[in-house]
Design a protein around this ligand. Structure first.
Ligand SMILES: Nc1nc2c(ncn2[C@@H]2O[C@H](COP(=O)(O)OP(=O)(O)OP(=O)(O)O)[C@@H](O)[C@H]2O)c(=O)[nH]1
Ligand SMILES: [Mg+2]
Length: 306
């Protein structure tokens, strides 16, 4: 399946709700919309009050030749809002520059580890060497999961450090991995972390510590800090972003599991609400199910225009 088909398939539920509601509300004999139903559906699809109101205001004030013409105008409105939000994942390591460190965090099960595998493959395709630090030190299963992906992609994984006792600490392991990767001249080091709820103070402090300790090696670390958001969480991801930002810098979000959710509309307001760009979106569990957010394609798909 092509990326286009995967996205289209994945966004089906959201598109039925969002594009479908606009289509159903068009009174073709008069060329007008009955916008009340549209508003409710948009809110249900987690489009948010601001954007939903903007869409409804536009639709109710005019007569349209056809529903497709109207939908194209809605598409423009969405594209305009989303364009600054899409900043595709890219690692550039200049000549003589140290290893680029990419920290990856998020709540439990949001898709951190699989997203790291997917992004790593993209790095490898660009000829970059990749390593991982398995800083999810609580669970043996988590370290095993990363090691398994590592074997598949032939990525070396740091799982322990000299002098480690018991499970060790994520900060110490991250520090060691950064030191080693820099010494080897590795292009990109992904630091995988344990899932944590944004309101768990102790675990958030632990994440903060990973940044504090590794940045002693270089104040530019982490060069990128990606927060992985589960698309099923909809607009509640906005407050997740805000909470994580209180402890560590966040440079971008990866939105996973857009397949199967009816709440993909939350992406439209994400950047406006949080100021954090979207570096990639995921629509499945396979290695190539993650890609940059193509704003135009996303808007068209959401509105059922393709
Ligand atoms: N359908 C779907 N499943 C996904 C996507 N991304 C990840 N998953 C699945 O979500 C589950 C959790 O993914 P992980 O990568 O282990 O998540 P994690 O954030 O590392 O989890 P913890 O380390 O336990 O916090 C796995 O079964 C993944 O295959 C996606 O875009 N779509
Ligand atoms: Mg994980």
């Amino acid at each position: 399946m092509s990326w286009f088909d995967k996205l289209k398939n994945g966004l089906k539920k959201s598109s039925q709700l969002i594009g479908g509601s606009v289509r159903r509300a068009f009174v073709s004999s008069q060329g007008v919309f009955s916008v009340d139903d549209i508003f409710d559906s948009l809110i249900q699809g987690d489009v948010g009050v601001k954007v939903s109101s903007a869409i409804c205001d536009m639709l109710k004030s005019r007569r349209f030749e056809s529903v497709d013409v109207a939908l194209q105008e809605v598409e423009s409105l969405i594209v305009q809002r989303l364009t600054p939000a899409s900043q595709p994942f890219r690692v550039v390591r200049g000549a003589g520059a140290p290893t680029q460190v990419v920290l990856v965090s998020g709540v439990n099960g949001s898709g951190k580890t699989t997203s790291i595998a997917k992004l790593s493959q993209q790095c490898q395709e660009q000829g970059l060497s990749v390593e991982w630090a398995a800083c999810d030190t609580f669970r043996a299963a988590a370290v095993d999961q990363l090691a398994l992906w590592g074997e598949r992609l032939q990525v070396p994984v740091y799982t322990t450090y000299p002098g480690q006792r018991d499970q060790g600490t994520p900060a110490a392991l991250a520090y060691y991995a950064v030191e080693q990767a820099r010494a080897k001249g590795t292009d990109v080091l992904f630091v995988d972390t344990a899932g944590r709820l944004q309101n768990n103070e102790a675990l958030m402090r632990e994440l903060e510590r990973v940044v504090k300790v590794t940045s002693k090696l270089d104040s530019a670390i982490p060069h990128q800090s990606l927060l992985v958001l589960d698309g099923n969480t909809g607009q509640n991801t906005y407050s997740q972003v805000e909470m994580f930002k209180k402890y560590i810098p966040i440079t971008g979000v990866v939105v996973t599991k857009l397949d199967g959710t009816s709440k993909a509309g939350f992406l439209i307001g994400l950047y406006e609400e949080t100021g954090i760009p979207v570096v990639a979106v995921g629509v499945g569990e396979q290695i190539d199910d993650l890609n940059a957010l193509d704003v135009q394609l996303f808007a068209k798909t959401l509105l059922g225009l393709v």
